[in-house]
Design a protein around this ligand. Sequence first.
Ligand SMILES: NC(=O)c1ccc[n+]([C@@H]2O[C@H](COP(=O)([O-])OP(=O)(O)OC[C@H]3O[C@@H](n4cnc5c(N)ncnc54)[C@H](O)[C@@H]3O)[C@@H](O)[C@H]2O)c1
Length: 330
Amino acid sequence: MSASLRILLVGYGFMGRMHVGVYKQLPNVELVGCIDPGPESAKKFGEDTSRPVFSNLEDAASAVQFDAIDVCLPTDMHREWTELAAKAGKHVFCEKPMSTSVEDASAMAETCKAAGVKLFIGHCIRFWPEYAYLKKLTVEGRLGELKSINLTRYGSFPKWATKAWTSDPKRAGGGVLDMHIHDTDYALYLLGKPDEMVSYGTIDQTGPSHVFTTMKFGSKIAHLEGGWNFPQGTPFKHSFRAVYENGAAIMDGGPLTIYEEGKEPVQPEFAKMSTDGGGNISDLGGYYHELKYFVDHVLANMPFEIVTPQTSLESLACVLEEIRQIRSKQ
Ligand SMILES: NC(=O)c1ccc[n+]([C@@H]2O[C@H](COP(=O)([O-])OP(=O)(O)OC[C@H]3O[C@@H](n4cnc5c(N)ncnc54)[C@H](O)[C@@H]3O)[C@@H](O)[C@H]2O)c1
């Protein structure tokens, strides 16, 4: 493979724009074009990048050469486009959630494996600097064993979605699948598979909208809360509070701060990263780090370790179980 990864983007909406902003900062990426049937997205892609827009994969493949496809389409379209890409022999970056069902996600993993192409699902929180720091702190045991963690993520409903796809429970799976999966995925990354899990939540016209889940991993407890049914104008927020034997790590309305008995609180420093992709969070480090990881690993033909199709499948299955429990208790 050449020194640069040639990427064809599929979908130039909110996340597509975020990814293009990151690609502009990665010297080993060549963005060759985009497929998007939406006239507004197509026009904007052309204006922002001066690269061609195609209406289907055949046209793109006959006009430009590429090594990988970046799928930034609504969640219910992930399987179709991942399989199209894999069958064309292209590596795949696909946004989270992997899909809307375990069946679809398993098919995506199997098709990519059979085609001999790499598949990476955009579980960006594993790469978000503060969360990556917390993982390292936990693994290294500097504050002793983790006892409990609280993870939250909430905001108002994402009205920007094209063709209102996020309003359709069958397409997006509600705020629980679309947004809360970030914290479920992170809890599993930090602590493994839960021994026990109980979820309660609310449902609105967009699907399961707000969830409260408690997971038990041996003696360790994780409590997760996430939802998108807050009034429009409510700012998007995410936070964690982790309690260890000998200290605590808190990111809750302010910078990550490490507290240890008898010591001054410490605030680790992280390089700020911003793109011109827009968005409601100013620090885009996680998107940068995950895409850099994907590109570098594909170019070096190295296996993914931080996020794999299997971990993405397990996170999806866990959220679908949370949704099953929410629905069963209405
Ligand atoms: N990693 C994250 O933090 C994060 C954040 C937001 C969204 N996402 C995920 O990224 C994916 C895309 O979400 P988004 O917010 O960019 O959506 P969006 O609505 O902003 O963009 C979707 C794009 O797909 C195109 N498209 C093609 N066919 C379509 C169809 N049939 N219906 C609707 N759009 C169609 C649209 O023209 C548009 O350009 C989703 O899977 C979502 O869950 C991830």
